[in-house]
Design a protein. Structure first.
Length: 302
């Protein structure tokens, strides 16, 4: 089965890296390449590795070669997307929130208000790297917020800004009639604040329990972890009568991996090393609006 490789380049000088890639892996062939500078990218290259005439043992070798190609790409100047089929514009796009849609972890902002920032930040980083069980880490962090006034939530929500390129990507997707959603291990009030700027059709996030207009130090209801994020993507895919190939997910942390792997296109965006290693699509050099350039090129190819 063939696979396709999309390379997103940000400097013309990096074209030399493509020649190195082709020398090391001669099975890769260039199918198309943009001829002029785009909005976010300098150029996009589409390559293919075709295994249709190979024996089963050779195909197995090709899969191993992808891991070697990926290792080279992770240390190279390109962002990349590997797919077993030619991509099309997704009809459902599900975003993680903290450090994906927005540049911060909201729980760290809450912790700063509560005077426990360093304690919470240490737990957050370990959880996002996949070193701690997400459920237990969230319970421990929220417990430290007990007694924080409820109005702190609104104050922080008003200060939130989107990561570079998010608004451009979402506007492009909305014009293309795609559905946008948030599946977050963060908290519902902040996702709802973002929804005032971008019309996310679906939101799945944690609820902070309150007592006498203060945080009680507990999560109200089911914790939205990796499994729940993947469930939400599956549910929404079915609800909109779509196939997995018509979906895209974007995230940065270990608790996004199941969602990324379930989506037709799973983007590790400025992600933790563990996530980059597991994902077949990585944006670590450019911003997320590089996908607008890619989608526009896909429309021309298809």
């Amino acid at each position: 089965m063939p696979f396709y490789l999309y390379l997103l380049g940000y400097h013309q000088a990096d074209q030399e890296f493509i020649q190195t890639l082709l020398k090391v892996f001669p099975q890769l062939k260039i199918i198309s390449q943009t001829s002029q500078k785009l909005q976010a990218c300098d150029f996009i290259v589409l390559l293919q590795m075709d295994t249709k005439d190979q024996s089963p043992s050779q195909i197995k070798t090709s899969h191993s070669e992808w891991q070697a190609i990926k290792e080279l790409l992770l240390n190279g100047p390109f962002d990349f997307i590997k797919s077993n089929y030619l991509l099309r514009l997704p009809k459902l796009v599900v975003f993680d929130m903290d450090s994906t849609l927005i540049p911060v972890e909201v729980i760290d902002r809450l912790a700063a208000k509560a005077g426990v920032e360093s304690k919470v930040a240490t737990i957050t980083e370990a959880a996002m790297r996949g070193e701690l069980d997400f459920n237990q880490s969230l319970i421990e962090r929220v417990k430290l917020l007990k007694g924080l006034p409820q109005n702190s939530i609104g104050q922080i929500a008003q200060e939130l800004t989107f990561n570079p390129g998010i608004v451009e990507l979402c506007e492009y997707l909305l014009v293309a009639k795609a559905k946008l959603a948030i599946a977050s291990g963060g908290f519902m009030p902040f996702a709802q604040q973002l929804q005032k700027s971008i019309p996310f059709a679906k939101i799945k996030a944690n609820q902070l329990a309150l007592n006498n207009q203060q945080l009680s130090g507990e999560v109200d209801g089911i914790i939205i972890n990796a499994e729940e994020k993947a469930k939400a993507l599956k549910l929404w895919t079915k609800e909109y009568a779509l196939s997995p190939r018509q979906t895209m997910a974007v995230g940065d942390g270990a608790n996004d991996l199941k969602m990324l792997q379930q989506a037709g296109l799973g983007i590790a965006y400025h992600a933790k090393p563990k996530v980059n290693q597991a994902a077949d699509a990585v944006i670590q050099h450019g911003e997320i609006n590089a996908l607008v350039d890619l989608f526009e090129q896909l429309e021309q190819l298809n």
